[in-house]
Design a protein around this ligand. Structure first.
Ligand code: NAD
Ligand code: UGA
Length: 452
């Protein structure tokens, strides 16, 4: 059991803190935002994340997880100091490490020998070296700096933290690597021990590769529409290839979130600063922008001119993906801004992200129920594939709407059924007219394989 301090109680810091408490350690979460800290002290979470409130409640009430804004009280007792503060995009796309640097300065005021500083934040390659140099400058002996990047996804963050695909430890010494790896010894996951710089770059590489797969499939979706093929069928075929795998092949409205966009831009900057042309990264970024524009144009074409009245669209889903209330770089927000700028009335629904959305998008009519959102609208635009939208009574929606257009930018709905109900159903990477339904295909496939 180790004494750990985690600096920054955001998505990563909170999950890391609660997760390390679950692994048996004593954790202090150090947070400088007074509003966030006050809420946390009352065990109220600032984010929507499945399973996190139970973990926080359990370990906070047992005294194994506590919250503080005092470096003086928290740092001296900690054997491990995790840095999990934000590293947002700077003006030219570079990762802004101001918060990391500030955390390092604050912690060094109260540090003593034999501590390990662990960077969890996603930081530019060489940041660990800069921190190590700063530690040396202050005259401390025996303080090690280790990179331990985090690969959790929002929405499944707790599950991902406790069941990671791998644990990465980038360290300058075997003993420091072993001590950090030891924190996770009760988890059943491969541990990759590597150099600090490799660990820092591997984090960016993983995000960039995942985003590139999605952009590739989004480009394929445009080709599918042009040649009358079906992107869902193409994805299924390539996904069965064990060398490729079936995840992160879903074409849609493009990727968003707090990390893919900023990390791709930051990696692109790292490349150019070191004289490497980031051709694939730049293509991945521009395909992502183009995909949103393509889908937005299809929505506008489908609504067409509406005689005498202001067109209205119901947007289903505001978060950048389901199961989170995070709106950072959400494609839905971008689409809504374009609609509002074109004079289109927007009525929006999201199961958990409406409160956050009100702050950034005031010119939208927010609805508690999807059925309210569709009242008299010309089109429904599904932006985020929350499960509840699949379960809706679409016949009722057809009656409540004025128009009959459904743009399913995540290929989440049953298009054949919607067409039967009289909707004009527009999805991604398929021209429509769902003659061969997915269901029928699956039945046909199981019939064929069953007979073999
Ligand atoms: P966040 O913005 O949700 O949280 C950061 C927290 O740090 C905030 O609460 C802020 O008040 C606090 N903070 C900032 N400076 C501080 C200081 N000096 N002392 C104490 N607290 C301070 O950020 P996040 O989404 O948790 O991301 C943190 C890092 O983890 C980023 O580098 C990000 O790229 C990386 N990451 C994020 C995710 C994710 O899913 N969000 C996943 C993997 C990695
Ligand atoms: C992503 C990575 O998956 C995590 O491993 C990483 O730790 C994290 O970024 C980070 O560094 O912050 P996250 O942003 O939570 O996690 O979300 P993902 O589930 O990866 O989705 C990212 C975006 O891609 C979403 O907008 C999602 O809608 C989109 N996406 C995902 C697709 O368009 N198609 C897919 O097939 C998969």
């Amino acid at each position: 059991m180790a004494d750990v301090c985690v600096i920054g109680a955001g998505y990563v810091g909170l999950v890391t803190g609660a997760g390390l408490a679950e692994l048996g350690h004593n954790v202090v979460l150090l947070e400088t935002d007074p509003v966030r800290l006050d809420a946390l002290k009352q065990h109220q979470l600032p984010i929507h994340e499945a399973g996190l409130d139970e973990l926080v409640e359990r370990y906070a009430s047992r005294g194994r997880l506590s919250f503080s804004d005092s470096y003086a009280d928290s740092i001296p007792h900690a054997e491990f100091v995790f840095i999990a503060v934000n590293t947002p995009a700077g003006p030219s796309g570079e990762a802004d490490t101001t918060y990391v640097a500030a955390a390092v300065e604050s912690l060094l005021e109260y540090a003593s020998s034999n501590k390990i500083i662990v960077t969890k934040s996603t930081v530019p390659v060489g940041t660990g070296d800069v921190i190590a140099e700063r530690v040396r400058d202050t005259g401390f002996q025996g303080i090690e700096v280790v990179s331990n990047p985090e690969f959790l996804r929002e929405g499944t963050a707790v599950q991902d933290f406790l069941n990671p695909d791998r644990i990465v430890v980038g360290a300058g010494s075997r003993s420091a690597a072993a001590r950090v790896a030891g924190l996770y010894s009760s988890l059943d996951a491969p541990v990759v021990i590597c150099s600090r710089r490799s660990a820092e770059l591997a984090k960016y590489a993983a995000n960039a590769l995942l985003a590139t797969r999605i952009s590739f499939m989004n480009e394929m979706s445009a080709i599918c529409e042009a040649v009358d093929a079906d992107i869902e069928q193409v994805a299924r075929v390539v996904g069965f290839d064990r060398r490729i795998g079936s995840t992160y092949l879903s074409a849609g409205l493009g990727w968003g979130g707090s990390c893919f966009p900023k990390d791709l831009r930051a990696l692109s900057r790292i490349a150019t600063e070191h004289g490497v042309e980031p051709s694939i990264l730049e293509a991945t970024l521009s395909v992502n922008v183009r995909q949103r524009e393509r889908i937005y144009r299809r929505l506008c074409e489908a609504i067409g001119p509406v005689n005498g009245t202001t067109p209205a669209v119901a947007v289903f889903g505001l978060a950048f993906k389901p199961n989170t209330d995070d709106l950072r770089e959400s494609p839905a927000i971008d689409i809504i801004k374009r609609l509002v700028a074109s004079g289109i009335r927007v009525r929006a629904h999201d199961p958990v992200a409406v409160a956050n959305a009100r702050a950034v998008l005031p010119d939208v009519e927010y609805c508690d129920e999807p059925y309210d959102a569709v009242a008299n609208v010309d089109a429904v635009f599904l932006a985020t594939e929350w499960d509840e939208y699949r379960q809706l009574d679409w016949a009722r929606i057809r009656e409540l709407m004025q128009g009959h257009v459904v743009v399913d930018s995540r290929n989440a709905l049953d298009g054949a059924r919607l067409e039967q109900l009289g909707f004009r159903y527009i999805s991604v990477g398929r021209r429509g007219g769902h003659a061969l339904q997915r269901e029928a295909l699956v039945q046909l496939e199981s019939g064929v394989t069953g007979g073999l």
